[in-house]
Design a protein around this ligand. Structure first.
Ligand code: HDD
Length: 745
């Protein structure tokens, strides 16, 4: 039997079926004016979808995929069939005259563009930046003036992995922000680590070739735990500082929302009177800086490789808009371009905040998700050379190479020089250039004289001066010098700042660093690479070197340089501050016999604290003895501890019994085997990862049976659900129960 397709006019189901298009003209999309700025993002208020908690999200349902009533070809001809190729008879050969088949398949064949050579995997969002006006003395940049609001687009990324790689691998994270200012687009293309592997852009292909998968078998994916990476960084010791940050908790962030961002290089600001200052840019997250632990990161790579992408999207969709303060460290623009002995042109060095405090200059809020990943996240093109009046570059040799590289890469990635006409890349300032033609030119330029000087188009456009908003380079003195391929002497200190970082870490942070080096080097096959890395570590710190050597079963070498011991910088540690628990995910473990009123109370208390409750139960559906049914979001089969920042074990309705399979246990502590093994795994894994754990009425017995002391660090067993939530929220202020991790020393 065959299906015969006939033109729509003779089909009975068209036009008069509710919800189906009637015989009206399809709506025609407005022609796009490529010179016009992007329209403001539509408000996200709307009828809404259901988010991960079962709550309405407020997402805009009016944004459907197709705008018109009828499916058409790319040329606008209505289609009567898009499911069958044109054939000579139902079982006959496909005819080459099927232009629709060819159009559809050809377009599909070209749907992918080259992925970014680095930072291929990313997630992005729209938002707004509001200036505080506090930078007015050091820069004339208008978007930093008080209360000026500027639309932004931010893309976060990993560096090494391909587009489909996992989010939670150990890596640096990109933090690239596009400010659509009234004076032109400013891109701050930074990372979540304030220093870089190399001091000169000419080394960039080397470090990336070393970090990417091996060229023969193309493995491992998105990892630095392999021989070529460690071969390079052990030979090229200026990478030691960045590598140490990567091995620290900064290499495995909990969320993009909980990462710092850094402009890395020193930039030059130009003030209203032409005075200049050197600055370093910092993004400070309102939620604090938090990380995963390594086992957790590895498990998530398997259970939810989209963890960070999902987290960002869900938070914004739920209205929990992430925020960062932009701040600057300001240094005098002296001919030496150093501060307290630190070379400001060396991108492997940071300036401790204790020496130069970060001064807040504005607030960024990400408040809208992308509507189409390819159109926006994939096609966005950042470039450190996208600068606005008042923000200029310095002679950092790494930055100089980047100013060339980013423009160049977009030409091959986005297929030509007109990528600024792609909607997400369009400036919001009026564009009046004389750039013409080229691949993917979508503007229809009028006039006859795209050159200057000209008289035929009235001589316009005119050039501006600094007083009329022009970008004017600061007239920096360039000392007469011979051409050399050399670095300044100060660039050769590769160990003082890694040592500063190490000495600034708390015991659990040090323990994580030792474990990370031991893991990564343990994955290397080449003994020479391991031994050479130990020699590098000996020049950072003897304890670090000895502990990693112990893990590798190798002798610890002695330092080959004198160890300088700078004052530690507490600001480099992620511990020691209390942060809002907003946006943390709390798993509520309950079964049909649990104290469901307590579960309702706890669930509401979690929501009231700005956190996200997910009910975990033996099966899906709802939990209800009486009263409002409680929707189950995860079952014992689908839940894994890594999805949660904290777990709450619901108590039982009556006094004195134990929850979750332990109810029948004899007097005294229930046996661990009485607990459902999946619940036991949830709890013990969360405990091992330093997560907050709570419960009420009977929970203490079960926790104790699993080896979790009910009065231990980060464990909150309360009288009822609300008290347990309060305890858990307090524990989450420090993110993890750090006392559960053994100290390094
Ligand atoms: Fe880069 C992308 C950050 C050094 C060459 N880089 C890229 C992205 C970020 C950074 C966040 C992703 C942008 C996006 O989301 O589209 N890169 C940095 C930082 C560096 C750095 C903070 C040092 C301080 N990069 C660097 C050097 C070079 C490049 C030295 C080359 C000489 N980077 C590129 C690139 C990429 C890129 C190849 C790939 C895709 C793109 O530019 O648009 O041109």
């Amino acid at each position: 039997m065959t299906t015969k397709r006939t033109p729509a006019a003779s089909r009975p189901d068209d036009g008069d079926v509710p919800g189906k298009p009637g015989p009206v003209s399809p709506s025609v999309a407005e022609p796009v004016d490529p010179t016009a700025p992007l329209p403001p993002k539509a408000d996200q208020e709307g009828p809404g979808t259901v988010g991960p908690t079962g709550q309405a999200t407020g997402a805009d349902q009016s944004q459907v995929a197709q705008g018109g009533a009828y499916l058409t070809t790319a040329q606008g001809a209505r289609l009567y069939d898009s499911d069958h190729s044109l054939k000579a008879g139902p079982r006959g050969p496909v005819l080459i005259q099927d232009h629709h088949l060819r159009e559809k398949i050809t377009h599909f064949d070209h749907e992918r563009i080259p992925e970014r050579v680095v930072h291929a995997r990313g997630a992005a969002a729209h938002g707004v930046f509001q200036g505080y006006g506090t930078a007015g003395e050091v820069t004339r940049a208008a978007f930093l003036a008080k209360d000026v609001e500027t639309p932004v687009f931010v893309r976060f990324s990993t560096v090494l992995g391909s587009r489909g790689s996992a989010d939670t691998v150990r890596d640096t994270r990109g933090f690239a922000t596009k400010f659509y200012t009234d004076e032109g687009t400013f891109d701050l293309v930074g990372n979540n680590i304030p220093v870089f592997f190399i001091q000169d852009a000419v080394k960039f292909p080397d470090v990336i070739h070393a970090g990417k998968p091996h060229p023969d078998r193309e493995i491992p994916q998105a990892q630095s735990a392999h021989d070529t990476f460690w071969d390079f960084v052990s030979l090229h010791t200026e990478a030691t500082h960045h590598t140490l940050w990567n091995m620290s908790d900064r290499g495995i962030p909990r969320s993009y929302r909980m990462m710092e961002g850094f402009g890395v290089h020193t930039f030059r600001l130009v003030g209203p009177t032409g005075d200049t200052a050197l600055v370093k840019f910092h993004w400070k997250p309102r939620l604090g800086v938090h990380s995963l632990v390594w086992e957790e990161a590895q498990l998530i790579s398997g259970t939810d490789p989209d963890f960070h992408r999902r987290d960002l999207y869900d938070a914004i969709e739920a209205g929990a808009f992430p925020q960062w303060e932009l701040g600057i460290q300001v240094f005098p623009d002296t001919p030496e371009q150093t501060f307290e002995g630190i070379d400001l042109l060396d991108p492997t060095k940071l300036v401790p905040e204790e020496l130069a405090p970060v001064q807040p200059i504005g607030l960024m809020t990400l408040n809208a998700n992308v509507k189409n990943f390819f159109a926006e996240t994939e096609q966005v093109a950042f470039h450190p050379g996208h600068l606005v009046p008042g923000i200029d570059v310095t002679d950092d040799p790494l930055l100089a190479g980047r100013l060339f590289s980013y423009l160049d890469t977009q030409i091959s990635r986005l297929g030509g020089p007109n990528f600024a006409q792609i909607p997400v890349n369009r400036p919001h300032a009026p564009v009046n250039d004389m750039l013409r033609d080229g691949m993917h030119q979508t503007a229809v330029h009028t006039g006859t004289a795209p050159y200057r000087p000209n008289s035929l188009d009235g001589g316009c456009p005119f050039l501006a001066g600094a007083d009329t908003g022009a970008f004017v380079e600061a007239p920096v003195q360039v000392p007469g010098a011979s051409r050399v391929r050399e670095a300044p002497a100060s660039f050769s200190d590769h160990f003082t700042q890694p040592r500063l970082f190490w000495l600034s870490m708390t015991p659990p942070e040090r323990e994580h660093i030792i474990a990370a080096y031991s893991f990564e080097l343990g994955k290397c096959h080449e003994q020479a690479v391991r031994e050479r890395t130990l020699k590098v570590l000996a020049n950072v710190d003897p304890e670090l070197c000895a502990k990693v050597a112990e893990g590798l079963g190798l002798p610890a070498p002695a330092a080959t340089v004198p160890l300088v011991t700078p004052d530690p910088s507490p600001a480099l540690s992620q511990l020691g501050s209390a942060w809002p628990a907003d946006g943390r995910v709390v798993g509520l473990i309950a079964d049909p016999e649990s104290d469901l009123d307590g579960v309702r109370t706890a669930r509401q208390a979690v929501l009231d604290s700005g956190m996200v409750p997910l009910v975990v139960a033996p099966t899906g559906g709802t939990l209800a003895q009486d009263g409002d049914p409680i929707t189950v979001q995860r079952t014992y089969a689908t839940a894994r501890s890594v999805e949660f920042d904290a777990l709450l074990l619901a108590g039982t309705p009556g006094p004195g019994s134990d929850a979750h399979g332990a109810r029948d246990a004899k007097a005294g502590a229930p046996a661990p085997e009485a607990c459902d093994p999946r619940v036991a795994l949830l709890l013990t894994e969360a405990y091992r990862h330093g997560k907050a754990i709570g419960g009420w009425n009977g929970a203490a017995g079960l926790l104790g049976a699993l080896g979790i002391a009910p009065d231990g660090p980060g464990v909150a067993v309360g009288e009822d659900g609300a008290a347990a939530v309060e305890g858990v929220a307090a524990a989450l202020a420090e993110h993890r129960a750090w006392d559960r991790f053994p100290p390094a020393a």
